[in-house]
Design a protein around this ligand. Sequence first.
Ligand SMILES: *Cc1c(COP(=O)(O)O)cnc(C)c1O
Length: 407
Amino acid sequence: MSRTEQFIHEVDRWSARNYGPLPVVLERGEGVWVWDVEGRRYLDMLAAYSAVNQGHRHPRILAALEEQAGRLTLTSRAFHNDRMGPFLHELCEAAGFDRALPMNTGAEAVETAIKAARKWGYEVKGVPADRAEILVCENNFHGRTTTIVGFSSEAQYRAGFGPFAPGFRLIPYGDAAALERAITPDTVGFLVEPIQGEGGIVVPPEGYLGCVHEMCREHGVLVLNDEIQTGLGRTGKLFCGDWDGTRGDIMIVGKALGGGVFPVSAILANDEVMDVFRPGDHGSTFGGNPLGAAVGQAALRVILEERLPERSNELGTWFQDRLREIESPHVEAIRGRGLMIGIVIREESGPARPFCEALMRRGILCNDTHHQVIRIAPPLVVTREVLDDALATISEVVTAGSPAALA
Ligand SMILES: *Cc1c(COP(=O)(O)O)cnc(C)c1O
């Protein structure tokens, strides 16, 4: 057995079977590169679903981690620590909100946004007790807790996990008129991804988020803008909503906020919303911990100071144009913004997964999402030269007669 086979065998034996990863075992990473246990190098074009926008083991983020690990790592919120305030101060200033509430994972932050919107609905909007409704989009992805999968439109995410929390209603994505029709006096929020990531890199019509925010403002409905995957530079702006001039009423961030080393998430909102939380209403043992705060602060500074949103916009636009020039019998469309890109494979050509396997054998790691889509999302520190090489490999794979033929 090869080392790769040994490690995979061990995982097959001891791990729950809730994932189906590509058969590659990684042991080291640096910048846009990762190495497997056989010593082979790969270009990471998934970047942990955009949690590694700054690249693997960014020196400034690692320095913050090490420095803080040598002083203090966890206090709980029963006491103050000297890192949370400065971190949230910088995060709020960068994002343009009055306050932030720190959590750890994305799903926790989404749950936090749901609680904030509901309590705002009862206390500020005046919705009768237990009647608050939140509108969500078909094809959404907001995480894996029971509440969140309860409003997924993906059958597999729900099957076997009910009963689910009430208070959510699905509407079509990208359709502002459908949203307006769905709003009732009990509607407190509209939870939306500015681009649907797990749903297959689905870009809504031009101006959708701006239009929707305007409409929600008129009806007294909060926009819960889930920027966990699209935020922090991925789409060529600091936040994807910036393309439409809005960041929502509650903005949810995660993934790259932890710089690829530590789970850090948060919701951001102005006083009118955030003031609904009083001591004891909500919390998390690790939320706002000094290690995460130090990492989050460094991760944010790297995004801003290295101008990664601008880089993503420039390289992403160029890369998407080059991808569209490839004449392939298998590719139906190239979708995306900045370096958040989906290569949509035609149904007749089979699922996207064999194409990802062929890319893996050629030194490029990416994954398939929503069956037909190859997701391309490299760390934002990637260079044009590296992308140029990747283009040749991608072109070879998607122009082959069949992906199965590509040994
Ligand atoms: C990844 C993701 C989440 C969930 O984040 P976790 O850290 O995996 O819980 C929520 N919303 C969106 C849009 C995501 O991409």
